[in-house]
Write a new protein. Structure first.
Ligand SMILES: C[S@@+](CC[C@H](N)C(=O)[O-])C[C@H]1O[C@@H](n2cnc3c(N)ncnc32)[C@H](O)[C@@H]1O
Length: 265
């Protein structure tokens, strides 16, 4: 069986340029080695050996383009991902922000299917402040946003939450393998399609959550994004990042680091 030859840098660049304009996402901001490995593996899976042919396939077959986007965007997520950090948020940062500002505006940037922002909505509801807070969640991937809006999760996805959060998942249908998030929560979140690599962001957020998104970005793209988030936060606002991530130049940008993974403007 033949295998895809590893394309040259020039070939990859030409491919990325064409795909970037096809999907409207600048692939040059993503780490090369990681993405190129995944592209080659998808080409192998489709028995395609030349990038040019692969581009033609993606431009003409919506299913294959979705497969490519799924590879690129990797939507892995879960409710209360790294639970101890969500506990810190619930016990310290959210109460502190509420005490100072009364109501708070929160953005889950790179929200995937919504597990992250609905976890926050559950925390706010338990604190009896859901109604007076503003919740925004965004992702580049329109399919995943539609899933997030529906608020429907498998038994496995819904099963990972702590007992006190079970009440927010209503069984759907007869066989109990799907669950629907309480409509008070789904109606509270405004979902938007947004490319974090491109465009001006809204201002005056008290809390921005951007976790496990920038791991695929090049250093320059990360630096710009963290600076953009800084401009979008109110003074004292918090940026909450993923448990494998660090902002090395946080002082330079203007953040403090009150505890691991929480950066404060
Ligand atoms: C691994 S998921 C993380 C989900 C959630 N934040 C968490 O930590 O569980 C990464 C998400 O980032 C999104 N993403 C990747 N590149 C993006 C971009 N340029 N703009 C907006 N979202 C992007 C993907 O579509 C995907 O849903």
């Amino acid at each position: 069986m033949s295998e895809t030859n590893i394309p040259s840098e020039n070939e990859f660049n030409a491919f990325k340029k064409k795909i970037s304009s096809l999907i409207g996402l600048d692939l040059f901001n993503y780490k090369n080695a990681q993405m190129e490995r995944r592209i080659v593996s998808l080409m192998n899976r489709n028995n395609i050996y030349k990038l040019e042919e692969y581009y033609k396939l993606l431009a003409s077959d919506k299913g294959k383009l979705d497969e490519f986007l799924n590879m690129l965007t990797i939507n892995v997520t879960e409710f209360f991902r790294n639970n101890d950090k969500f506990e810190e948020l619930e016990q310290k940062y959210i109460p502190d922000l509420l005490k100072k500002h009364g109501s708070i505006k929160i953005w889950s940037a790179g929200c995937s299917c919504g597990a992250e922002i609905y976890s926050i909505a559950m925390i706010l509801d338990r604190l009896n402040v859901l109604d007076k807070c503003t919740l925004i969640a965004s992702d580049f991937d329109i399919n995943i946003i539609n899933r997030a809006k529906s608020g429907i999760y498998s038994k496995f996805e819904a099963g990972v939450t702590k007992p006190e959060y079970k009440k927010y998942f209503q069984p759907l249908g007869a066989n109990g393998d799907k669950f629907q998030i309480d409509s008070r929560l789904t109606s509270k979140v405004k979902f938007e399609r947004r490319d974090l690599l491109n465009g001006a962001f809204e201002k005056n957020f008290h809390l921005i959550i951007c976790r496990n998104v920038v791991i695929y970005f090049k250093e320059e793209a990360k630096d710009k994004l963290y600076a953009d988030f800084h401009s979008s936060l109110v003074d004292g606002g918090i940026l909450f990042i993923g448990s494998t991530e660090r902002i090395h130049n946080y002082k330079e940008i203007g953040y403090n680091l009150p505890s691991s993974f929480f950066y404060q403007k």
